[in-house]
Design a protein around this ligand. Structure first.
Ligand code: BDP
Length: 696
C-alpha cells in the first residue's frame, strides 16, 4: 500500500452481518433527482461497493420498484417527509444532512437527505465512514452540519509547479497540460476534500504571479473548477496587487485610480464568464515585499474594498491576509498586524474577510493565539492554519497538528465577551458573522501518498474535520483517521493514537520548548538555527530569543515591547507575571534569568535542557511503539514510517544538541547530569548548509 488512497481505502467487509446489510442497500439505490453531484456520489458508491462486497451497486430508475436506499434533497423528498422532519432538516443549513430510516408508502427505507445535493454528498461520505469503521446501523438517525461556512485549502503552488513550503513533491496542478488534460488525480483530490467537508480551494501561492489572471490561465483554472464543482468545491485565486501594471499595461496599481478600478472590474467579470461560481480572491499585500496599497499611501481597507467591489456583483469574496509586517517598522513584529488592522475595524466591505494566522509571528511550533482574534469585531475574520509543516519537521517528522489547532481554537480571548474563545469568534457566535472561514495552507503534492509523510495525511484529514467543527477534539479525530487509514484493530488504534497524540508536544520539546520561537535555519527553515544573524533583524534568531548572559526570552510585557497588552486585560493578568503564565508561553512574553525557578523547582536553564532531552526520548518511544505494530501494518507503510522515524530521531538529537550547545554559550552553566549530554560541537552545527532543502 503506497498510501495513495488516503483514508478512502475501502476494504472488503469482513463482518458478515454488516456485509449482508450493506449488500442489500447497495442492491437497489434510488436518487430522487439528477445532477452532477449525484453522479459523483454514484461514482463513490461504486468505488466503495466494488471493494467492500466485490460487486457494483445497482441504481434504479424507478422509485416504486424495489429500491432499498434513497438519496435526495429535502425538497425532492418533500412528498414523503412530515412537516416536522422537513423543518428539522432545513434547520441544518445549506451543507447539512440527515440520514436514517424514512417511511415511504408504509415501508421503511434507509435514506440520506441533504438540503442541497452537496449535503447528500457529505451524508454519503459519512455513511461510508460508518461502514469502514463498523459503526453503521440502519435504524439510527444521524444529522450533521458544519459550523464554519468556508472550509478552505490554500495552496502555495507556483505556476512552474514548485510549491512554496511544499514537502511532498511538486504541485498537483499541471498548468502546462491544462485545460486539455484532466489528470485523474484532480478527481481524487476533490473526493478526498469533499469526504472531510472542505469546500473551497485557493489554487495559487499567496506570493502571487499576475499571470494567473490572464485569459489563458483562466481557462486552465476553469477546467479545475469544472472538476471540483460536483464535489461542492469552489475555486479561489490569489491576486497580485500590482497586476494592473504587470498584465494590464497601467503605470499604477493605486486602488483609488479609476483605470485600476476598471482593470479589476473587467478582470473579475472575465473570470466569472469562465467560472460562474468563482469564490473570489485571496491577497497578500504589503507583507514580505509583496505589493499593496501602502505604495500609494492607501490603507488595507482601501486596497481590499476596491477588489471587493469588483467581486460583489458576482457574489464573490475578497480574503485579505493579516500577515503583514515590515522591517522598516521598529515595532515588535508581534504587534504590527494589530497596529494596522485595529484602527480599520468596521471599514471593510461586507464581502471582505480578514484571514489571520493562528499566532502573531508565523506558524511557529507553538504560538499563543493571535491578539487580533476578539480585537476586531466589526469586520469578518477567518483563521489561517498551516497544514504543511514548514516549522514542524517538514516531511521527515511525524507531527500530528490537531492538538495545536485545538489548543488555539479553545484559547480564551475574553474579547468581545468574557466567554469568547478563538473558536467562538470564528464560528461567528460573538458578532453574528455569517461568512465564516477556516483556511489551511495545504501539504499536498505529487508524491504518491500526497503528503510526503504518510502521517501527514492525518493533518489534511484533521484540518477538514476541525474546519467543519472547531469544537471537535484532536483525540476523536485521531481515532477516526487511524481506523480509516490503518485498521479497526484495538491495539493499532490505541498505539497509533498514542503516537499521534504525543507527537506535537514532542516536537515542541525538541524544537522550541517553553515559548522559544523563530530559531530555525535561515530561509529553508529546516533544522535549528538559533545563531542565525545578518540582514533584516526580524528574520534573525536573536531578535526572538534575546539570549544573553543574564537570561533568555522576549520581554513583551509593558516593560518590554508591550505586545502582551494587545490582549484582553484578563489575558494580560494571567500572563504578565512570569510565575503565573503557563510555562509553555514563558519565553514568548518574558526575558527570564537562567536561574529563574520553575514550578517543579528546576532552574530555567535546567528546564530548557530537560525539555530538549525529553523530546528526543519521546521520539525514541514513538519508534518503539511503531515497531511493536510491525505485524499489524502493511509492510510498505510500516517501512516508510519506520525509516522516517529514524530520521526524526536524528533530527531531534540535532535540534537538542545544537540549541543546548548554543544557549550554553550564554548561560555558562553545565547540563543537568541526568540528561544525555549533547554531542558534537557548536561550530559543526553552525557549519551545516542545506542549499537544496525543499520548499523555499
Ligand atoms: C511564512 C513563509 C513564507 C510565506 C509567508 C506567508 O516562510 O514562505 O510566504 O509565511 O504566509 O511562513 O506569506
Amino acid at each position: 500500500n503506497d498510501g495513495y488512497k488516503l483514508w478512502m481505502d475501502y476494504q472488503k467487509i469482513e463482518n458478515l452481518e454488516l456485509k449482508t446489510e450493506v449488500s442489500d442497500l447497495l442492491s437497489n439505490i434510488y436518487f430522487f433527482g439528477k445532477n452532477p453531484t449525484y453522479e459523483a456520489i454514484k461514482n463513490e458508491l461504486k468505488l466503495a461497493s466494488d471493494s467492500w462486497i466485490g460487486r457494483s451497486p445497482k441504481f434504479s430508475q424507478e422509485r416504486l420498484t424495489s429500491a432499498k436506499f434513497y438519496l435526495g434533497t429535502r425538497e425532492e423528498f418533500s412528498q414523503v417527509l412530515s412537516l416536522t422532519q422537513q423543518a428539522e432538516i432545513k434547520a441544518l443549513g445549506e451543507d447539512g444532512y440527515w440520514m436514517g430510516p424514512v417511511e415511504i408508502e408504509g415501508k421503511t427505507y434507509f435514506s440520506i437527505i441533504g438540503n442541497k445535493p452537496v449535503g447528500v454528498l457529505y451524508g454519503t461520505y459519512k455513511w461510508i465512514k460508518t461502514i469502514q469503521t463498523n459503526t453503521f446501523s440502519k435504524d439510527t438517525e444521524f444529522s450533521d452540519s458544519p459550523k464554519i461556512k468556508l472550509r478552505m485549502l490554500n495552496h502555495w503552488d507556483n505556476l512552474d509547479r514548485t510549491v512554496e513550503r511544499g514537502y511532498a513533491g511538486f504541485s498537483i496542478w499541471d498548468w502546462h497540460r491544462l485545460p486539455g488534460y484532466i489528470d485523474p488525480r484532480y478527481i481524487d483530490y476533490a473526493r478526498a476534500n469533499a469526504s472531510i467537508g472542505i469546500n473551497a480551494v485557493s489554487l495559487t501561492n499567496v506570493n502571487a504571479n499576475a499571470l494567473i489572471l490572464t485569459t489563458d490561465f483562466m481557462k486552465k483554472a476553469k477546467a479545475l473548477a469544472d472538476v471540483f464543482r460536483p464535489y461542492g468545491i469552489k475555486v479561489f485565486l490569489t491576486a497580485r496587487f500590482s497586476a494592473p501594471m504587470q498584465i494590464g499595461g497601467l503605470e499604477t496599481a493605486d486602488p483609488l485610480n479609476s483605470e485600476v478600478i476598471d482593470f479589476w472590474k473587467k478582470k473579475t467579470d472575465e473570470i466569472y464568464s469562465f467560472i460562474p461560481d468563482f469564490g473570489g480572491f485571496l491577497v497578500k499585500a504589503n507583507s514580505e515585499g509583496q505589493p499593496g496599497p501602502h505604495e500609494y499611501g492607501r490603507n488595507h481597507a482601501e486596497g481590499a474594498n476596491m477588489l471587493a467591489d469588483a467581486l460583489s456583483p458576482h457574489g464573490g469574496l475578497l480574503i485579505w491576509r493579516a500577515f503583514v509586517y515590515s522591517h522598516e517598522d521598529e515595532v515588535d513584529r508581534h504587534m504590527q498586524a494589530n497596529n494596522e488592522f485595529e484602527p480599520l475595524d468596521g471599514k471593510f466591505k461586507d464581502n471582505v474577510i480578514i484571514q489571520i494566522k493562528n499566532g502573531a509571528i508565523d506558524f511557529q511550533p507553538r504560538e499563543p493565539f493571535h491578539p487580533l482574534f476578539g480585537s476586531i469585531n466589526k469586520t469578518n475574520v477567518g483563521m489561517e492554519f498551516q497544514i504543511t509543516q514548514e516549522y514542524l519537521g517538514q516531511a521527515t517528522n511525524l507531527v500530528y497538528l490537531a492538538p495545536m489547532w485545538e489548543e488555539v481554537l479553545k484559547s480564551k480571548t475574553y474579547k468581545p465577551s468574557p466567554a469568547s474563545t478563538v473558536g467562538s469568534v470564528l464560528e461567528g457566535k460573538e458578532t453574528g458573522q455569517k461568512t465564516t472561514l477556516i483556511a489551511g495552507v495545504s501539504n499536498i503534492g505529487t508524491d504518491r501518498n500526497w503528503t510526503g509523510h504518510l502521517f501527514a495525511q492525518s493533518n489534511w484529514f484533521a484540518f477538514g474535520k476541525l474546519a467543519w467543527n472547531p469544537e471537535a477534539t484532536s483525540a476523536e479525530i485521531a481515532e477516526e483517521w487511524t481506523k480509516l487509514t490503518f485498521s479497526q484493530n484495538q491495539e493499532v488504534v490505541s498505539k497509533v493514537g498514542e503516537i499521534l497524540l504525543v507527537s506535537y508536544e514532542t516536537a515542541v520539546n525538541y524544537m522550541t520548548p517553553l515559548g522559544l520561537h523563530h530559531i530555525m535555519g535561515r530561509s529553508h527553515h529546516y533544522g535549528p538555527g538559533p545563531w542565525v544573524v545578518g540582514g533584516r533583524a526580524d528574520w534573525t534568531a536573536p531578535y526572538y530569543h534575546q539570549a544573553d548572559s543574564l537570561g533568555i526570552g522576549f520581554d513583551r510585557t509593558i516593560d518590554g515591547s508591550g505586545a502582551l497588552n494587545q490582549y484582553a486585560p484578563e489575558v494580560v493578568k494571567n500572563w504578565e507575571d512570569p510565575h503565573q503564565i503557563p510555562e509553555k508561553y514563558l519565553l514568548w512574553f518574558h526575558h527570564v534569568p537562567w536561574d529563574f525557578e520553575l514550578s517543579n523547582g528546576n532552574t530555567l536553564w535546567e528546564e530548557i535542557a530537560y525539555h530538549y532531552d525529553q523530546g528526543v526520548k519521546e521520539v525514541r518511544q514513538m519508534q518503539k511503539t511503531w515497531d511493536s505494530l510491525e505485524s499489524q501494518i502493511d509492510p510498505e507503510e510500516f517501512d516508510h514510517v519506520k525509516q522516517l522515524l529514524a530520521i526524526q530521531e536524528e533530527e531531534a538529537e540535532w535540534w537538542r544538541n545544537a540549541c543546548l550547545l548554543y544557549f550554553q554559550t550564554f548561560s555558562n552553566r553545565p547540563f543537568p547530569s541526568d540528561i544525555e549530554q549533547p554531542e558534537g560541537n557548536l561550530e559543526y552545527y553552525k557549519s551545516l548548509m542545506f542549499p537544496n532543502a525543499p520548499g523555499i
